[in-house]
Ligand binder design. Sequence first.
Ligand code: MN
Ligand code: MN
Length: 306
Amino acid sequence: MFMHNKRLQYTVRVSETNPALASLMLEQFGGPQGELAAAMRYFTQALGEEDAGRKDMLYDIATEELSHLEVIGSIVAMLTKGVKGELAEANLTEAEMYLEVNKGGDSHTQSILFGGGPGLTNSSGVPFTAAYIDTIGEPTADLRSNIAAEARAKILYERLINVTDDPGVKQALGFLMTREISHQKSFEKALYSIQDNFPPGKLPAMEPYGDVYVNTSQGPGDALGPWNEGPQWTRVDDLTQKLPVDGGDGQASVAKLKPKEQEALRAAAQRLHSDARVDPITGADLGAGPGAGRTTRIEGLRSRPH
Ligand code: MN
Ligand code: MN
C-alpha cells in the first residue's frame, strides 16, 4: 500500500509567480524524462522482479520518484498560483487577463485548460503516455535503461536550473538533480552485482560477429579509437569483399513454399510483370511545361506558346 506524508521530500520556496517558467518545469512532471515516467518505470520493474534485493531497491526508488513528482508539481503549482486565482475570480480586465495567460511558452494551456494546476504534459503540452516506459522485464537490460534514464533526468534538471534565477526553485531543482545522481549509482551497483551481466539476457554472441567492427561510413573523417581497433576488434574495411559475412549467397529465400502459396505468388508476379520494351506516354509527358526537365517529346501537342 502507499501512504502519503503531508510534508514534501524537499521544501519548495518560490519567490514569485511565473507561469512561463512553470510551463518549462512541466518537462519533468509529465515529460519522457520526468518523475512520473521514472516512478512508473521502476514500479513496473519492481512488480515483476524476483530478486529480493532488487525488488526492494526498485520499490524504494519508484516511491521516491513519486515524491519528486510531488516536488516538481508543487513548483509548477506555486509558479502558477497568481494566474490561478485571477482566472478563477476574473478580478482583472479582459485585456490584463489576456496578457496574464499569455506570459509565454505553453503557459496559456496551463492557465486555461488546467486552471493553473500542473497538467500531466511535457513543456510543450504533449500528454503523458505509457510509451515513455521502456521496462522489458530483464534486469540486465532494464538496469541499463534506468542508468541512462537517470542520466537524462539529471541533464534536464541541469538545463532547468540554468533558466531560472529564483533561488528557491534552483535549490529544489538542485536537490532533485542530485537524487538522480544517487539513483544512477544504485542502479549501476545493482547491475554489476549481477555477475556476468553482459551481454544482456542469456544467449551468447554468435561467433565471430560479436568482435567485428564494420567501417560502413568511409572517407575523410574515418577515425581510429579503442571502439573500433586494437586486439578486441576484427575491423572490416573492404565491405563488398566480405559480404555476405556468413559466406552464403546473400540471397533471401524460403526453403519450403506450399503449392498454393507458390501458385498465388506466380499469378501475382505475372499480373504485375514490368515490360521494359514499352515506353508509353505518361501524364508527366502530357502536362510537361518549363522546368519539367526531359520528358518524352510529343510533337505538335502544345498549342499555346509559353
Ligand atoms: Mn527523480
Ligand atoms: Mn531518479
